[in-house]
Design a protein around this ligand. Structure first.
Ligand code: SAH
Length: 250
């Protein structure tokens, strides 16, 4: 049996209780060494086998899973954040299906929500925006033309941009054209919830310079949208706002 588990964004306590329990009982843990904290492995039982998947190809990973599965081992495939977002788990599941190997996916806390939490903001603020676009620049993995960053930015909603901080200039260029306003607020969160987390805030006009100054080239979220401008005073709790559970006070 194979469990794909979301390890969360960094802080080891941000794995789900279910994920931690399965991890504790695992015989073999194949973890994405570049982004998953090794501290997670401290929760495994004695004798558990640890394999860093970073240097392995898909075929090699599947080979290892098959070998241990044939020996009836409990195998955990530990992925960063939530495994269903840029997790590259689909290609593994397809191969496991071919081999008739059973698996389960246990979700996790994605780095985009962890980054918003680090900023103490809410993506979905009434009357500002009620949608979040999760996307990336095309890189080695192409992005469909209809999902070009500039086109998506035209919605002027909240956006969380993964895997793209190394090309912050190109991101900003497309966002300025899409949002049509270089004063749109933006935040770059590097290694959210890790001990070396860094937060940089600014506007589309100045964020590139700030990011370059600090030298951030990987493992960062770019969050954009007017939700960033707001203070913590939410409409939902203001005394004039009426909803189904509470009458507005006059
Ligand atoms: N499945 C993961 C994303 C994996 S893709 C998730 O749900 O978060 C890797 C990208 O995720 C990185 O390039 C970066 O954009 C983002 N990322 C992962 N961990 C991060 C963290 N702790 N802080 C900020 N961004 C992070």
């Amino acid at each position: 049996m194979v469990y794909f588990i979301g390890a969360g964004p960094g802080d080891v306590d941000l794995i789900t209780v279910k994920g931690r329990k399965v991890l504790e009982g695992a015989d073999v843990v194949i973890y994405a060494g570049s982004l998953v904290s090794k501290e997670h492995l401290n929760f495994c039982k004695e004798g558990a086998i640890f394999i860093d998947s970073a240097p392995l190809t898909l075929d090699e990973i599947i080979e290892k899973i098959k070998k241990y599965n044939d020996d009836d081992k409990i195998i955990v495939r530990l992925h960063t954040g939530d495994p269903t977002i840029y997790g590259a788990i689909m290609e593994q599941m397809v191969e496991l299906d071919k081999l008739g190997i059973k698996y389960e996916v246990i979700p996790g806390v994605s780095s985009f929500t962890a980054s918003c939490a680090a900023l103490k903001r809410e993506f979905t603020v009434p009357e500002i925006s009620q949608s979040i676009i999760i996307t990336r620049l095309s890189g080695r993995t192409p992005v469909p033309e209809s999902e070009d960053l500039e086109l998506l930015a035209r919605h002027r909603t909240a956006m969380a941009i993964f895997l793209s901080v190394q090309n912050i200039e190109e991101v900003v260029e497309k966002l300025i054209r899409g949002y049509g306003d270089e004063n749109t607020p933006v935040a770059v969160v590097y290694k959210a919830t890790w001990r070396d987390e860094k937060i940089i805030t600014g506007t589309l006009k100045d964020i590139s310079d700030k990011v370059r100054e600090v030298g951030i080239k990987s493992t960062a979220q770019i969050l954009v949208g007017n939700f960033l401008n707001l203070s913590s005073k939410s409409l939902l709790y203001s005394k004039d706002f009426q909803h189904a559970f509470r009458e507005a006070k006059r």
